[in-house]
Ligand binder design. Structure first.
Ligand code: NAP
Length: 497
């Protein structure tokens, strides 16, 4: 693969400021998501390399945390500038290993740079508190301090953004970090590390260990069992997040979990139909439906349901499927055969339970892991597609009768990440936003992610928030300082009056 800046195509892990192979020199292939051909290899690292990376991060921590906040911010800002300058190369890497169309990959790079910029500024705002004391000879302070070494485990669907959303917040707070990227998308992670190194990040502050799917659990366990790792931040499936939370309990560390969603997209009869359909395209078909905030269940008020499903199918029929590096392509391949099989299972189940296929419903003629964009009308709560996130380009439309039913249906899931509602009634918008059991609500929009707002879920969708002014809290501890004054200043002031 050719990049304009060939130095960004890194195929070694990054530990303690050094680019290195696995101890046993074993490698794992990186596959082009569209062609399914291997085009690079990265080291298959394991617990030994991970333990060394944790030690490097622990050794770097005392120096990094003592830098002034604006000095840490300066490095993050420089890193963000380099990420923006390298946007084309990073986008090409994201498209090659992850499969999303180039325009979307560029959008992800901009989104990722936004987190670096945001936390470069937030580093300076780790304010503490001064509390009015309970005794006149005491002064009470609360300091915000970095927890120490943080570990990050990230998925393949946003290979750049999911890493910097964690790393920028952790580094701004004064923590150091070890990242284990998804085995499908290690090259983007390594390119980001190369840019961080160029930005002046000291050795050991950010480390990247690459591996394969078989070894990921051993690395996860190494993070969880390490007493040096004081915070674990995971983005991925609820099943794996639950396992990691249980493992991490043994060493009582901070755990943030950004897990799976099953987003409802509720359209009331008073909504602007065209806007709702455009919002549905954005919320459903980005990254071929493989985002945690993707709409999964389209609940449409009965009088509008048929028109919405028809118009959506018409619009979806115009999406262009293909390799992400081809001009005009808007839907790329799915990440792997397992993802494809899940989508097929959901579609077959919906058909078997009486759903009406308006479009697609089958593998795409391009082969590989391409799936034809699909619209299903007449969906019901018994279908798998109502109960699990599909993670593919399939939109299922469920009719509903009234607002109470819409809210009940929307909340009838363990997931609680993103949710969407289209209505022109302002009072209803507020009622629904407050009634939804979700961490995030988009009203009359299908796109809600931004570095400046807190991203995260409730219920089985996770713990903690990333981005926004709360994002750094996952990497900070409060320290309460109770200062006893020799002289009772309050009493002597009263005496002197
Ligand atoms: P996944 O299977 O849970 O994998 C996520 C990461 O965890 C990968 O790096 C994976 O590596 C690793 N992993 C798997 N088992 C592990 C273990 N036992 N110990 C340590 N690491 C382990 O999820 P995915 O299929 O890649 O990603 C899709 C899921 O992520 C969806 O559910 C999606 O909704 C969710 N997601 C959530 C957010 C959010 O912000 N809430 C954002 C993006 C995605 P291996 O592949 O090697 O197993």
């Amino acid at each position: 693969m050719q990049l304009a800046d060939s130095d960004l195509l890194r195929t070694e892990g990054f530990v303690d400021g050094r680019w290195c192979p696995a101890d046993d020199r074993s490698e794992v292939a990186v596959v082009n998501a569209a062609s399914r051909e291997a085009f690079a290899t990265v080291p298959r690292m394991g617990p030994a390399e991970t333990t060394r990376a944790i030690a490097a991060a622990a050794a770097a921590f005392p120096v990094w945390k003592r830098l002034l906040a604006h000095e840490r911010g300066h490095v993050l800002r420089r890193w963000s500038e380099l990420v923006r300058e390298a946007a084309d190369d990073l986008a090409r890497l994201i498209t090659a290993e992850g499969g999303k169309p180039l325009a979307e990959a560029r959008g992800e790079v901009t989104y990722a740079a936004g987190f670096l910029e945001w936390f470069a500024e937030e580093a300076r705002r780790a304010y503490g508190e001064i509390i009015p004391p309970h005794q006149t000879d005491k002064r009470l302070l609360v300091l915000q301090q970095p927890v120490g070494v943080a570990a990050a485990i990230t998925p393949w669907n946003f290979p750049a953004a999911m890493i910097v959303r964690k790393a920028a917040a952790a580094l701004a707070a004064g923590c150091t970090m070890v990242v284990k990227p998804a085995p499908q998308t290690p090259l983007t992670a390594l390119a980001l590390a190369a840019l961080a190194e160029r930005a002046g990040l000291p050795a050991g502050v950010l480390n990247v260990v690459t591996t394969d799917a078989a070894t990921s659990p051993a690395i996860g366990e190494t993070f969880c069992r390490s007493r040096s790792v004081r915070a674990l931040s995971f983005t991925g499936s609820t099943a794996v997040g639950t396992l990691l939370a249980a493992q991490a309990a043994a060493t009582v560390k901070k755990v943030s979990l950004e897990l799976g969603g099953n987003a409802p997209f509720v359209v009331f009869a008073d909504a602007d139909l065209d806007a709702a359909v455009e919002g549905a395209i954005a919320a459903k078909f980005r990254n071929a439906g493989q985002t945690c905030v993707c709409a999964n269940r389209f609940y449409v008020e009965a009088p509008l349901a048929d028109a919405f499903a028809r118009q959506l199918a018409e619009r979806v029929g115009g999406l262009q499927v293909g390799s992400g590096d081809t001009d005009g392509v808007t839907v790329g391949p799915l990440i792997d055969e397992r993802g494809l099989a899940k989508v097929e299972r959901h579609v077959a189940d919906a058909e078997a339970r009486g759903g009406t296929l308006l479009l697609g419903g089958h593998r795409h003629p391009l082969g590989g892991t391409f799936f034809a964009p699909t619209v299903i009308a007449g969906a019901t709560s018994e279908m798998l597609i109502a109960q699990e996130e599909t993670f593919g380009p399939v939109a299922a439309v469920f009719p509903f009768q009234d607002e109470a039913e819409a809210v009940t249906l929307a909340n009838a899931t363990d997931a609680g990440l993103a949710s969407y509602c289209y209505t022109r009634d302002l009072s209803r918008a507020f009622r629904v936003a407050e009634a939804f059991d979700y961490g995030m609500v988009g009203i009359n929009t299908g796109m809600l992610s931004t570095p400046v707002a807190p991203f995260g879920g409730v219920k089985a969708s996770g713990l903690g928030r990333e981005g926004g002014r709360h994002g750094m809290e996952e990497y900070q501890e409060l320290k309460y300082v109770c200062l006893h004054l020799d002289d009772d200043v309050g009493a002597s002031a009263a005496r002197s009056r």
